[in-house]
Design a protein around this ligand. Structure first.
Ligand code: FES
Length: 691
């Protein structure tokens, strides 16, 4: 229990965040949540814990601003105890700035300052912001205005030992330039850590204004040197406060510090920052939520200038789901070949339930993995010995993007691809795959509650989405409640049960409900029976949900109809179905009245159908009319559904991977192109298919 005789949290009426920070929080949909959280966690004083923490450090990082308003990130070093907190509002720093550090010029009484204490061996860090007092040859003080305990993400563990007396900084060669030379590039390209200083110079922002300094970590290669004046870095999921990006809205100048932990060089870069919110490079970089491009204006490198030697890094476990620029480039190249069958090797097989196994796949041609969004599927082609021809299937990728591709396959027991994978595939087996694709992806803003409902192997896209939302254990990028409602036959048939239990323990906003239709003795589901709308009404608290559904056709249609009967808007229900007879939608009244139908004639069966955009593909429309059509991949990859087109034209929202022969249509991904209005109705002319 705290013994501080001080208010808990932020005790001023204005937000602890300035308008720039709030604007970014608003843009990503977390402003209410993070503002409330900031009022609890940001304080105007040092807690007992902060005071003790700063006193242990042999080094810390500093953000200041020079006379021209340019922020600089710096490092200060001293024997543990060189930073002391005599009371809750003051920090005292003994010793001078390091030789060649911009802090020698920026440290002046009355100037704003940010101090980031980082304990690399334990990954703890705390930040204090305040005003410089009594700057002199033997040190300075900070009148503390704001403090925050920040999360230990992406920090590499490192031990340090002194190699020289930190109280006697020695002159070292200093290189100044306006561009990045070979030595600077080498430091950046191997860096796994850098620090970024930024500042909000607007006095009207009161207590929230001033400089800041933050830590950035990644795998070596996470910072790319684009040219002699430009670097690009990913911005991973953080604490959602957006102190740095918020400052860039107020002033786009940044100060970067790359400490070279091997040689002791320090590289300082003054730059202008540009935030990139979308585009192919962002999509290809695993874990990146945004990119930040820094345009260097001044570069300072001080040689062998740290009085410390550091151990090799102990990598942050959170780096496992983050990429590098080399991987992003390989993913972009793989994306260019998205419609080419490439060899993939099965590297691992895991048993997930009595009928589901996971297969992990890596490219076997030396190329990279194309990126994907959680919920998408992987087209797979196999040609086992003795089979007449290769067979194509699509399997949802069952884990979040970032690692090896993982498909989780249910044994269908009909002697097809799934049985072959279960019975014959082993680590080392080669199969073929194309780049992932599919439109069933997560589209809900982070402040809206969501329900992921699945049955059987329909769990796979839901699991990928869930793992993607709960980015790292204990962190979430979705702040509203997430309900994971899953139906299985019994515990033996319940894939990923232990994984879901663990996620629910780690994430307060996740609730898992399991329904078993035929529980075995000893099973302990949350409910017995199949999932239907009555169950959802019973389990879900009143809220404004988006629903995602995946499972067998009857399950999906029943849930969809039930939710629509409860007035859940059509646009708030997203689903993925496997196999024929996908869900028939009932659009909202306003949308339905705008829809024009296109006529589809089936020559052989003599049926006349009406196709509307909500009906999906021509294949869906034809199947709903009770006409059987051969299909396999249902994604334009295998060509099985190719149908003779007798009249009209078919268009494709995305060009299919399979070549379309003259006079044919791939109806699993095709839609009729609307022609002229028909004389006798409001419908438009469409197509005639040889079915
Ligand atoms: S079913 Fe494979 S292309 Fe249509």
């Amino acid at each position: 229990m705290s013994t501080d005789p001080l208010p808990l949290g932020w005790d001023l009426a204005p937000s602890p965040f300035h308008p720039g920070e709030l604007a970014i929080q608003r843009r990503v949909g977390v402003v209410d949540k993070v503002d409330a959280q900031g009022r609890r966690s940001v304080r105007r004083y040092l807690t007992e814990q902060h005071r003790a923490f700063f006193g242990l450090l042999p080094y810390a990082f500093v953000g200041t601003v020079d006379a021209h308003g340019q922020p600089w990130a710096s490092m200060i070093v001293g024997d543990p105890g060189f930073i002391a907190a005599p009371d809750a509002h003051r920090l005292e720093v003994a010793g001078r700035p390091l030789f060649g550090d911009p802090l020698n010029e920026t440290l002046r009484d009355g100037a704003g300052i940010a101090l980031l204490g980082v304990q690399l061996p334990t990954r703890r860090r705390n930040r204090a912001i305040g005003v410089v007092k009594r700057a002199g040859p033997n040190g300075f003080a900070i009148a503390v205005r704001q403090t925050l305990g920040v999360c230990p993400q992406y920090i590499q563990g490192r031990d340090a030992r002194f190699t020289a007396d930190p109280r006697k900084p020695e002159p070292r060669p200093v290189h100044r330039a306006t561009t990045l030379d070979a030595a600077a590039r080498a430091i950046i390209e191997k860096a796994d850590t850098f620090f970024v200083a930024s500042a909000d110079p607007r006095e009207e922002d009161g207590e929230a204004a001033g400089p800041d300094v933050g830590h950035r970590g990644g795998r070596p290669g996470f910072v790319r040197v684009d040219d002699a004046q430009t670097l690009t870095t990913p911005d991973f999921v953080g604490n959602f406060m957006f102190n740095t990006l918020g400052n860039f809205l107020a002033d786009d100048r940044a100060g970067l510090l790359f400490p070279d932990f091997e040689t002791g060089d320090r590289l300082y870069i003054a730059a202008r920052a540009e935030v990139i919110w979308d585009g192919p490079e962002l999509a290809a970089f695993v874990g990146a939520q945004r990119l930040v491009r820094y345009h260097a204006t001044e570069v300072i490198r001080v040689e062998r200038a740290l009085p410390l030697a550091f151990s090799a890094p102990d990598w942050s476990p959170l780096l496992a789901r983050t990429g590098t620029w080399a991987e992003a480039d390989a993913a972009i190249a793989a994306e260019r070949d998205r419609n080419v069958w490439r060899p993939f090797r099965i590297t691992r097989i895991e048993v997930e339930s009595d009928s589901v196994r996971s297969f992990y796949l890596e490219p076997a041609d030396g190329g990279g993995r194309a990126g994907y969004r959680a919920g998408q599927f992987l087209p797979v082609r196999v040609e086992p010995p003795g089979w007449a021809a290769p067979v194509t299937r699509t399997y949802t990728l069952s884990d979040s993007p970032g690692g090896t591709y993982r498909i989780s396959v249910k044994r269908e027991g009909r002697g097809g691809v799934s049985d072959w994978l279960h019975d014959h595939a082993t680590p080392g087996t080669l199969i073929e795959a194309m780049a992932p694709r599919g439109s069933f992806t997560f589209e809900t803003p982070p402040n809206r509650a969501v329900v992921l409902v699945s049955a059987g192997v329909g769990i796979t896209p839901m699991l990928a989405m869930l793992n993607d939302l709960l980015v790292n254990d204990g962190r979430t990028r979705h702040h509203a409640p997430i309900w994971f409602v899953h139906g299985a036959r019994n515990a033996a048939g319940h894939a990923f049960a232990a994984h879901l239990r663990r996620k629910a323990e780690l994430h307060a906003n996740l609730r898992v409900h399991t329904a078993y239709s035929a529980p075995s003795e000893g099973d302990a589901p949350d409910s017995v029976g199949r999932i239907d709308v009555a169950l959802l009404k019973r389990v879900l608290p009143f809220d404004d949900y988006d629903f995602y559904l995946c499972g067998p056709p009857g399950f999906m249609q029943g849930l969809y109809d039930g939710l629509r009967d409860l007035n859940v808007p059509d646009a708030r229900i997203r689903f993925e179905s496997f196999g024929p007879a996908s869900v028939a939608r009932r659009p909202d009244a306003a949308a339905a009245s705008d829809e024009e139908a296109v006529r589809v004639d089936l020559a052989k069966s003599g049926k006349v159908l009406r196709w509307r955009p909500r009906d999906g593909s021509l294949l869906d429309t034809v199947e709903r009319a009770g006409v059987a059509v051969l299909s396999s991949c249902r994604s334009g990859v295998c060509g099985t559904c190719a149908t003779r087109l007798l009249k009209g034209a078919v268009e494709y929202p995305e060009p299919p991977a399979h070549e379309i022969a003259e006079g044919e249509a791939l109806i699993c991904v095709g839609r009729p192109r609307p022609g002229a209005h028909l004389d006798d109705s409001a419908d438009r002319e469409g197509v005639t298919l040889d079915l």
